[in-house]
Design a protein around this ligand. Structure first.
Ligand SMILES: [Fe+2]
Ligand SMILES: [Fe+2]
Length: 289
């Protein structure tokens, strides 16, 4: 195994999920200015000392799937992606609408077909599955989609595959998320078993959580819109203002997913010139060069 303590990742992805963007003349039901939160998150990405290989947006891109909402999202995201030099990889969520997403966000002909696609970033493959079931909040994958996935995964990528979809193939600790799950997740586990899929990336539940799908790590990234409190009693819904994005660092034989808070209060700062000698001393003591 690669020792992550002294090797650099070969690839870093940034995941943004559950943006729930509304049009400029609309307000999100929570009262949160979701476009402003997205802009804050993108500024943090741009300011970070990383060059993400891709920005992966795992669904619920908009609140209602309306053209004006996609137009606004596109106008916010595309200039930043161009500046950081990272491709945008989009998955659809249950709040999205396939035809409007295609026409107004991707600039491709509108179609109601599932938005399944593949992006290669260097040696890494990112496979996106459309887990939405039009007209419903829960998720599902058709036999045709699973067949397409099996065919795609039959040919491994040099650095493996990250599989992105909106609905996490996991149980849930929160009653709302548990009521709108990905159905028949065992079928997805079967399609992924024995392939080069290293990580499943999802969103949808509005909490940060991790699990496994047949032994493959599953990461549910935290939302940019309201976070749900998993300790809220019973069916009570508590919305929290704790937006986050995720960074996914891939090493040759290892990976780590990290939740990054957005807009959190900074309570301390130690300058790099102070930290660097301290880190060097720690590394020397641990004999990690
Ligand atoms: Fe959502
Ligand atoms: Fe969702």
């Amino acid at each position: 195994m690669t020792d992550v303590t002294h090797s650099s990742p070969t690839c870093t992805l940034v995941q943004l999920t559950d943006l729930h963007i509304v049009a400029a003349d609309e307000e999100h039901p929570s009262g949160v200015d979701t476009a402003a939160v997205l802009q804050q998150a993108l500024q943090a990405v741009e300011d970070a000392a990383i060059r993400p290989a891709a920005l992966v947006l795992t669904g619920d891109l908009t609140e209602h799937g309306r053209p004006a909402q996609y137009d606004r999202l596109r106008a916010i995201v595309e200039p930043v992606a161009a500046r950081v030099g990272a491709p945008l990889v989009y998955a659809a969520g249950n709040h999205d609408e396939r035809a409007a997403l295609r026409r107004h966000l991707l600039g491709t002909p509108p179609s109601a077909a599932p938005l399944d696609h593949v992006t290669r970033v260097g040696d890494l493959r990112i496979v996106v599955l459309d887990s939405t079931v039009p007209g419903h909040a829960h998720g599902g994958l058709t036999p045709e989609q699973l067949e397409w996935l099996r065919a795609e995964l039959a040919d491994p990528a040099p650095a493996g595959t990250v599989l992105a979809l909106h609905h996490p193939p996991l149980p849930s600790a929160a009653p709302l998320a548990a009521a709108i799950p990905l159905l028949r997740r065992a079928e997805l586990a079967d399609a992924v078993a024995g392939t080069d899929v290293r990580l499943v990336l999802a969103g949808h539940t509005h909490v940060v959580s991790a699990g496994t799908l047949g032994g493959v790590p599953v990461w549910t990234g935290g939302p940019l819109a309201t976070t749900l409190d998993p300790f809220a009693p019973g069916a009570t819904l508590h919305g929290l203002a704790t937006p986050s994005v995720s960074r996914i660092d891939l090493f040759p034989d290892d990976l780590i997913t990290t939740s990054v808070p957005i807009g959190a209060l900074r309570v301390s700062e130690v300058p790099a010139q102070t930290m660097e000698p301290a880190l060097a001393a720690f590394r020397a003591a641990a004999a990690i060069g």
